[in-house]
Design a protein around this ligand. Structure first.
Ligand code: HEC
Ligand code: HEC
Ligand code: HEC
Ligand code: HEC
Ligand code: HEC
Ligand code: HEC
Ligand code: HEC
Ligand code: HEC
Ligand code: HEC
Length: 332
């Protein structure tokens, strides 16, 4: 039963394929109608149909070779390589400084169906799923909003661009397309923030450290001193800054040769984190010194820092005003 049914079906297909081009010696003549109830019937039925397919211009891309269709193989050949074919009607996608490797290789049809698709732009997949056809999906502990939402093209042009990695904007400008730039300008600006090097501290896709940080910098305000806890800062600043009790060189935060970074930070039981005193981005006070620091309960301890040429004064809620001076040490 089964066998004769399928035999019958294939006869129907063969007959109908022939009727498609029954009287069609179409070389030079108007293109035949390739899409009929029997032939290429699904063509043009998806939600998003490519312009020339919708208008039935099959032969702008598929040139007849003269062989009989569908009786013989090789009755059509593509008018050109895919990449060249596409840019006979579209602007080049590989004439800028940074071209996506997938585009440079000329395989437009890895991402776009040349005919039709349920997805806009005849894409083979939507959102990040398109990118994950070739790129490995990573699952960091802390994901970045737009990456989690699958919005790869919020930051990357899929084809090309003037910036490395086909980023739509360079450096900080990219981040400021979503994050308020006003929060990153002020009197005292951390050098890598000023130069827009946001990714020297943050991973754009996600990280195993909180706040998308590239390295460890715990949220705790008080913790035992270990250089690994400040790996983020010590990527650029010498870890020596808080190493020795006495120094004339390692830091300017000293009273005479007494290292006040050591005093505050380098306690094996309950040291202060850099974040007790410093902001990572910008601040209205010199040296990125916080205006306030979280205290006990809801109380925020105000810090009023005045810098001098050789030292500074701190008026802090938790101790009486204290000054330090590198040249003429203050007697405590
Ligand atoms: C914009 C150019 C373009 C147009 C217009 C076009 N095609 Fe194609 N077609 C291609 C390309 C490119 C391939 C090869 C696909 C690949 O390599 O992934 C292809 C492959 C095919 C194939 C074989 C593979 C498959 O998808 O089944 C058929 C059949 C086909 N086209 C029929 C048609 C018909 C019928 C039309 C008109 C309704 C048409 N094409 C219009 C570019 C086009
Ligand atoms: C014969 C001319 C022609 C060729 C060749 C051609 N296209 Fe198109 N393409 C069009 C037209 C016409 C449209 C519809 C334009 C519109 O709707 O604005 C279109 C639309 C598109 C769109 C959707 C654009 C949009 O804004 O919605 C994509 C993506 C696309 N083509 C990709 C390709 C790719 C990939 C190739 C090569 C496989 C290709 N095209 C080859 C004529 C062509
Ligand atoms: C058809 C396969 C393919 C798809 C789909 C694909 N890529 Fe790629 N992509 C590659 C290859 C190959 C490379 C080069 C090798 C590598 O870095 O892994 C690459 C590299 C990149 C690079 C590094 C710079 C470059 O161009 O070499 C970025 C950024 C990128 N892809 C982003 C994306 C995004 C965003 C998407 C989804 C819109 C995507 N890719 C989809 C194949 C693909
Ligand atoms: C890595 C996947 C990928 C490859 C490869 C790719 N595209 Fe695209 N293309 C996309 C995506 C994603 C969009 C939709 C962009 C958007 O929504 O902003 C798009 C949009 C388009 C559009 C319409 C919007 C525009 O930018 O003009 C055209 C036309 C187009 N592609 C042509 C091409 C051509 C031609 C090639 C080969 C040279 C190609 N694409 C290769 C992913 C790809
Ligand atoms: C918030 C902006 C943003 C989003 C959204 C984003 N990227 Fe990126 N991507 C970047 C930046 C910035 C770089 C440059 C690398 C760096 O500085 O660490 C990059 C680099 C890349 C690279 C090349 C280097 C590497 O890490 O392999 C690939 C591939 C890539 N992105 C793919 C993707 C894919 C896939 C998605 C969506 C799942 C995506 N990106 C979403 C900003 C983004
Ligand atoms: C397309 C929009 C978009 C772009 C571009 C973008 N972000 Fe985001 N970012 C978000 C969203 C959405 C969130 C999550 C909402 C929130 O927590 O505020 C977020 C959150 C963050 C967080 C907070 C994570 C946390 O847990 O504290 C950091 C850090 C961050 N982004 C850094 C960057 C950096 C650096 C760049 C540039 C490389 C960038 N973002 C570009 C949309 C964006
Ligand atoms: C020197 C390292 C460093 C640089 C450079 C840096 N950040 Fe951050 N960023 C941090 C740290 C650390 C946090 C965690 C919050 C904290 O410790 O106060 C953070 C938190 C954030 C947050 C989430 C919390 C908030 O303050 O809104 C966003 C968004 C953010 N950064 C965006 C950026 C952008 C955009 C840039 C570039 C203009 C940038 N960062 C440059 C270290 C840095
Ligand atoms: C990507 C490199 C980089 C990282 C990471 C980094 N810094 Fe900086 N920082 C700099 C540069 C460059 C300067 C300016 C030159 C200097 O003073 O060393 C600077 C200056 C400073 C200053 C002096 C600011 C002023 O106004 O003179 C402080 C305070 C500071 N950083 C604290 C930190 C803290 C705290 C961290 C960790 C959260 C950190 N930095 C992480 C590069 C970095
Ligand atoms: C008790 C508050 C406090 C803590 C905690 C603190 N700093 Fe500082 N830091 C200062 C002050 C005040 C200055 C300004 C010194 C000057 O120029 O007079 C300073 C200056 C700096 C500078 C500029 C260069 C220098 O050493 O003079 C860097 C870099 C820096 N701190 C990094 C850090 C890092 C990294 C940590 C955590 C490991 C940290 N600070 C912890 C108060 C603090």
């Amino acid at each position: 039963m089964k066998r004769s049914a399928s035999a019958a079906a294939s006869t129907v297909v063969a007959v109908s394929l022939l009727t498609c081009f029954a009287a069609a010696d179409y070389a030079g003549a108007a293109p035949p109608n390739c899409v009929t109830a029997q032939c290429h019937a699904r063509m043009g039925k998806e939600k998003h149909v490519h312009g020339p397919v919708a208008s039935g211009d099959c032969t702008t891309c598929h040139q007849p070779t003269g062989k009989a269709h569908p009786a013989e193989k090789g009755a059509f050949k593509l008018a050109d390589t895919v990449a060249k074919l596409c840019i006979t009607c579209h602007e080049s996608k590989s004439n800028k400084k940074h071209v996506h490797s997938a585009v440079a290789s000329g395989s437009c049809t890895d991402c776009h169906d040349p005919h039709q698709s349920p997805n806009k732009m005849q894409l083979k997949e939507t959102g990040a799923a398109l990118c994950y056809m070739c790129h490995e999906k990573r699952s960091p502990k802390y994901g970045h909003g737009p990456v989690e939402m699958g919005e790869c093209t919020a930051c990357h042009d899929p084809h090309q661009g003037d910036n490395k990695n086909q980023l739509k904007l360079a450096d900080g400008k990219l981040c400021f397309s979503c994050h308020d730039s006003a929060k990153f300008s002020g009197k005292s600006i951390h050098e890598p923030v000023r130069t827009g090097a946001c990714t020297s501290c943050h991973k754009p896709h996600g990280s195993d450290f909180p706040h998308l940080l590239v390295k460890n910098y715990p949220d705790e305000l008080y913790l035992p001193y270990r250089p690994e806890n400040y790996a983020l800062c010590f990527d650029c600043h010498g870890a020596d800054l808080a190493k020795d009790r006495r120094t004339d060189t390692l830091t300017n935060f000293r009273n005479g040769d007494r290292n006040l970074h050591y005093t505050h930070v380098n306690n094996p039981v309950k040291g202060r984190s850099c974040r007790v005193c410093h902001q990572p981005h910008v601040n209205s006070q010199a040296k990125l010194i916080n205006e306030k620091v979280a205290g006990f309960g809801k109380w925020e301890i105000p810090i009023n820092f005045t810098k001098t040429n050789t030292g500074g004064t701190c008026m802090v809620g938790c101790h009486k005003p204290q000054s330090y001076d590198r040249n003429k040490p203050v007697q405590y």
